[in-house]
Design a protein around this ligand. Structure first.
Ligand SMILES: [Zn+2]
Length: 342
């Protein structure tokens, strides 16, 4: 398999000291990806700025205009925990555009799959507002771009960030050509993502929420994938798959209380790589979302690269969570029933 990769040192211009979503997250990733020798095995893709026409497929012109007013100003808080610096508007466009560049590489057939290590993250950004450290919804913009520019019909988005991707859900809630599947801790920010949120109108059934109680780890996530994510993807038959890759479901993450290990993350990534191979010629694009424990983030991302390259093995120096996992059989059965999954 050939794997495309993009990132950019300019993402560091969007940062705020003492905020969990800071430039050091990508420094940690760059360090591991370079030191491990992975970088030289990847096909480099140059990022670009997303154009207004790309962003307008997801975001309202009023919101984009409001975001643009932060340009050149000092710090602006867009909500209680979402900041914009004078550079953030352009850097957010660069993050979205980097995902478009990787999408081009994968859909042109130059590479099998690809990864975009970008900031700011995207999955909480709704069509009309910034939220949860997110300014522009990178994955949603790329999904629309794949459909519009490349003629892709069915796009699946799998989001294993520990938080519910409310912005991505909102963008496609009435859209049957984009399947959105999220595993997330519940209760937790932003409070959306109930089992009963399944899409509306023609999009009914194409939003699959898998809210999980705190403390779910490798076994529970494995079961959620086996019983819901995998059969839902097989039924949908996507032409490509995006992965909203957040590593804040790791047990060490300071912002959440889940219990995935790096090995557990690796297992579900490999499941997706295998599914993509069977369903859509391997076309899988991973886009960085959250992850606030720097080692768990960087090592989890590096393991994801290895899985995309088809390497054997997983690096898990942090080990498994200590506490016993709780049983989620009843939750999964209920979701299977709601979505008519066997
Ligand atoms: Zn998150």
């Amino acid at each position: 398999m050939t794997t495309a990769y993009t990132t950019d040192s300019r993402f560091a211009q969007h940062t705020l000291p003492n905020h969990p979503e800071h430039a050091g997250r990508l420094y940690a990733i760059a360090h591991v990806v370079t030191e491990s020798g992975l970088l030289e095995r990847l096909v480099w893709v140059e990022p670009r700025y997303a154009e207004p026409d790309d962003l307008l497929t997801v975001h309202s012109s009023a919101y984009l205009a409001r975001l643009e007013t932060t340009r050149g100003r000092s710090l602006v808080m867009l909500d209680a925990d979402t900041y914009a610096t004078g550079e953030s508007y352009d850097i957010a466009r660069l993050a979205a555009g980097a995902v478009l560049a990787i999408t081009d590489a994968v859909l042109s057939g130059d590479v099998t799959n690809g990864l975009a290590a970008v900031r700011p993250p995207g999955h909480h950004a709704t069509p009309t507002r910034a939220m949860g450290f997110c300014l522009l919804n990178n994955v949603a913009v790329a999904a629309r771009y794949a459909q519009r520019q490349h003629g892709v019909e069915r796009v699946a988005i799998v989001d294993f960030d520990v938080h519910h991707g409310n912005g991505t859900q909102d963008a496609f809630y009435g859209t049957p050509s984009v399947l959105y599947i999220s595993t997330h801790q519940s209760p937790l920010y932003p409070g959306t993502g109930a089992v009963s949120e399944v899409g509306e109108g023609a999009g009914a059934g194409f939003t699959v929420n898998i809210p999980l109680p705190p403390g779910v780890g490798d076994a529970g996530y494995g079961a959620a994938f086996e019983r819901i994510v995998v059969p839902a993807l097989r039924r949908f038959q996507p032409d490509m798959i995006f992965l909203s890759a957040g590593f804040d479901a790791h047990w060490a993450d300071p912002l959440a209380q889940m219990a995935l290990s790096l090995s557990g993350y690796d297992s579900i990534v490999r499941e997706l790589v295998g599914l993509a191979a069977g369903l859509c010629r391997g076309r899988l694009v991973a886009v960085l979302e959250g992850g606030y424990h720097l080692d768990a983030l960087a090592l989890g991302w590096a393991n994801t690269i290895r899985a995309f390259l088809g390497d054997e093995g997983c690096d898990d120096p942090l080990g498994p969570a200590r506490a016993a996992e709780r049983d989620i059989d009843a939750v999964l059965s209920r979701i299977q029933a709601i979505h008519h999954l066997p």
